[in-house]
Design a protein around this ligand. Structure first.
Ligand SMILES: CC(C)(COP(=O)(O)OP(=O)(O)OC[C@H]1O[C@@H](n2cnc3c(N)ncnc32)[C@H](O)[C@@H]1OP(=O)(O)O)[C@@H](O)C(=O)NCCC(=O)NCCS
Length: 170
């Protein structure tokens, strides 16, 4: 049953929403790259590592330039590594689960997929699925693939989608 939330409609996924759902998932996950990179930069052990490598390079290579360049090169490598981790993560889920959402999420009793629609456009997604980790025999469901389009954030859409998953689980 579609549920209206402040101008948005939460409803079940349809095949025609496939591309929108895939790109919302990919965009939402890629946002984590800068966030996590900045978080990593605040870690004292990251500072220690950069300092340690720079300081070790000077006596071993005798080059001040090399020692000064070590930190920016490592920072760039860190960014590329993190970006490639998320690219692989997104590609994996697009390939394994979101290639055919109807089949992977809608045809089994214990999983489901919803979209939030605004003015005919899909602006958010969420799914419920069996837990990916062992849960000691408890009957649980996992909320997954939650992503809200940037332009529609902070309007309670994620909260409403989470409520939909909760009702489904109950
Ligand atoms: C996280 C996300 C789903 C929130 O969507 P939203 O529609 O803006 O969220 P809502 O407006 O429903 O906010 C619900 C609550 O979550 C909080 N919230 C919103 N974004 C948050 C974030 N990134 N981290 C922590 N809390 C957040 C809000 O402050 C609000 O709390 P409040 O009611 O106590 O003030 C959205 O920012 C997004 O799609 N991010 C990218 C993908 C992502 O990170 N998905 C999460 C699973 S990995």
């Amino acid at each position: 049953m579609p549920q209206a939330v402040a101008g948005y409609c939460i409803r079940e996924y349809r095949d025609s929403n496939c591309e929108a759902a895939r790109s919302l998932f990919a965009a939402g996950m890629r946002e984590h790259v800068p966030k996590n990179y900045l978080r990593m930069l605040t870690l004292p052990r990251a500072h220690l590592f950069l300092l340690g490598v720079s300081l070790m390079l000077f006596p071993s290579s005798g080059s001040l330039l090399l020692s000064l360049l070590a930190a920016p090169v490592l920072l760039a490598a860190g960014w590329l590594l993190m970006d490639s981790y998320y690219v692989q993560f997104v590609e994996r889920w697009l390939r394994e689960e979101l290639w055919d959402i109807q089949k992977t999420c809608m045809e089994r009793e214990e999983s489901h997929f919803w979209v939030a629609e605004s003015e005919g456009e899909v602006v958010a997604i969420v799914s419920a699925k069996p837990p990916s980790r062992y849960t000691d025999g408890e009957r649980t469901l996992e909320l997954a693939r939650l992503s809200v389009r940037w332009s529609h954030r902070n309007r309670g859409i994620a909260r409403a989608l989470s409520g939909t998953v909760l009702s489904f689980a109950q």
